[in-house]
Design a protein around this ligand. Structure first.
Ligand code: AMP
Length: 184
């Protein structure tokens, strides 16, 4: 039985396209599916890479997309011009705190250091009890398999509790990931 109602998902993902075009396609499909399910997309507000693809996928399907961007990154990240709601904040810390407030759960699509930093911070906040919102990695084309192995290794070596491990989920497609996060 589902316990958590997901009205808004914070999506963390690469500001770059990546090499394999299937990553962009998957990101657009995530935006579209969230929109079709009536779920608000909260993201970093950029227009490039997978970030832009998620936003465009959701907007094309009539979804609600909320961006949160630090003022200094409006230029470099090409702040998305078509968002109904774009919050301009001063710092990265404010961006992450606002995204955490606005979302019910967090998901990471393929991305780089920024993506990893953002999702891991939310996971660590959940473990510290700052919020009770779970994190999910969308394992497109096995991109996050090394991360899943690392989490298993942390658990195995006693640096992560089973409860902490239950706050982070891995699935290769979106619907099972959202189901897992509803139950986490
Ligand atoms: P990346 O996954 O490296 O392509 O970065 C994706 C997004 O993460 C970009 O919008 C960056 O602005 C953001 N980002 C990068 N570093 C950080 C950080 N330290 N804290 C929060 N967001 C970050």
């Amino acid at each position: 039985m589902s316990e958590r109602e997901i009205g808004a998902v914070a999506v963390f993902c690469g500001a770059r396209d990546g090499v394999d075009p299937r990553h962009l396609q998957a990101a657009a499909a995530v935006g579209r599916t969230l929109a079709e399910r009536g779920i608000t997309v909260v993201y970093g507000g950029g227009g490039t890479g997978l970030m832009g693809a998620v936003a465009n996928g959701a907007l094309a399907a009539g979804g609600t997309v909320v961006g949160v961007i630090p003022e200094a990154l409006i230029g470099p990240e090409l702040a998305h011009p078509d968002l109904a709601e774009l919050h301009v904040v001063q710092t990265m810390a404010e961006r992450k705190a606002m995204m955490a407030d606005l979302a019910d759960v967090f998901i990471a699509l393929p991305g780089g250091a920024g993506t990893l930093e953002e999702i891991i911070e939310q996971w660590s906040w959940a473990m510290l009890g700052y919020h009770a919102k779970p994190c999910g990695f969308l394992d497109v084309l096995g991109y996050w398999s090394p991360m899943q192995e690392l989490v298993a290794h942390m658990l195995d070596q006693g640096f992560l509790s089973p409860k902490g491990a239950s706050m982070i989920r891995f699935e290769s497609s979106l619907d099972p990931l959202l189901d897992a996060l509803e139950d986490a």
